[in-house]
Design a binder for this molecule. Structure first.
Ligand SMILES: [Zn+2]
Length: 368
């Protein structure tokens, strides 16, 4: 059972039971109902006030809590500076799914505290704070379970004026005998609790933008993934590339051709003798249209496709432009890139031969 720990004297000042005369001589009244009080300072029971004639009602305890609130306001007003904790806000993405949130935090302190009200109405502020970031904040003071109930229902409110509560828990029964005890209780247990601060620096808006951007990006990926999978283009491309790399590898590792006296004559007379990369293989392509082509690697590593066995009129217009660029000096096509020429040749080839032996090359009869 909670007992009344504070009353008011005839001048309206808050008085605690240890600070006044014993009994009816205390000269105190109930803050809530106005009834004269008796100061009970017994040996056994905890010190408290009792109503002289009428029954004490729940309101009367609330009246004592209100007096403690006034003491808390006096205490805050007497402080040289009010040091506030950092403000923290959890920003939640607008989209229902996927659920994502970001916690935004900033610290700002009052530069001006004004409009003190020593006994504000129940839900009225005790003062107005002007913060160093330009935000305006109402300072509320509350005693009891105010913090839990109020902050939940008010946290969604967004306005230009912020709100912070200096919250003091309910004291233990019999704990507050004198003003000194009340002040110690406030200093030891009172704390600031943010309800809301306006987003003057735009940090909340930035976080919300980040969350929404991320949500949109995720939605785009989800939308595009199935179509990419259906296309499968990447996989086919990779297969072609592997085929190409293998052909190059075969060429690179081929043994250098031993120069025999017989071969010398062939090399000397060949169209590629001046520029061919030594030791590389020849790749012969016999196409369905009866034309023949020989792929020879240049010493600068370019691949050259030469008409075979002879340079014919209009050789430079037989194959599509995407295969290669005609080089009149080399009398062949310089391959455009390492993939497209092979993609094309694969569709029109009838027979191929890979060799590094010039005599084997000379033995190829084409067209058949
Ligand atoms: Zn009363």
């Amino acid at each position: 059972m909670f007992s009344l720990f504070a009353g008011i004297d005839k001048d309206g000042n808050t008085r605690f039971v240890a600070d006044v005369e014993r009994g009816l001589d205390c000269g105190c009244f109930c803050e809530a109902c106005g009834s004269p009080l008796v100061a009970k300072r017994g040996e056994i029971n905890e010190w408290h006030f009792a109503h002289e004639a009428s029954q004490e009602r729940p309101d009367c305890i609330a009246g004592a809590m209100n007096l403690l609130r006034r003491v808390a306001i006096e205490h805050l007003q007497a402080r040289e500076t009010l040091v506030l904790p950092a403000y923290r806000e959890v920003v939640v993405a607008e989209a229902a799914a996927p659920k994502s949130s970001e916690t935004v935090e900033w610290a700002s302190q009052p530069v001006v505290v004004r409009d003190w009200d020593p006994c504000p109405a129940k839900h009225a502020p005790a003062a107005r704070l002007e913060l160093d970031n330009g935000a305006q904040v109402d300072l509320h003071v509350a005693v009891g379970d105010w913090r839990r109930k109020q902050s939940q229902s008010e946290s969604s409110g967004v306005g230009n004026i912020g709100k912070i509560i200096f919250w003091v828990p309910v004291p233990q029964p019999g704990q507050l005998r004198a003003m000194e005890d009340a002040q110690r209780h406030i200093v030891d247990t009172g704390l600031f609790v943010w309800v809301h601060q306006s987003d003057v620096l735009g940090l909340v808006a930035q976080a919300r933008q980040r969350l929404n951007d991320r949500t949109r990006a995720l939605e785009r990926v989800a939308r595009e993934t199935p179509s990419l999978r259906a296309l499968g283009a990447g996989q086919r491309w990779a297969a072609t590339k592997r085929e190409m790399d293998r052909a190059r590898y075969e060429q690179e590792r081929a043994e250098p051709v031993p120069a025999t006296p017989d071969d010398v004559a062939v090399i000397d007379e060949s169209r590629w003798a001046a520029w061919r990369k030594p030791g590389t293989t020849f790749m012969f392509y016999g196409l369905k249209d009866g034309s023949g082509w020989l792929m020879v690697q240049h010493q600068d590593s370019r691949l050259i496709l030469l008409p075979w066995p002879h340079v014919t009129d209009g050789w430079d217009e037989v194959l599509p432009a995407r295969v290669g660029v005609p080089d009149q000096e080399l009398q062949g096509l310089v391959l455009a890139d390492p993939v497209n020429p092979f993609l094309y040749l694969r569709t029109v080839v009838k027979t191929t031969r890979i060799t590094s032996d010039l005599s084997e090359l000379a033995a190829i009869r084409w067209p058949e």
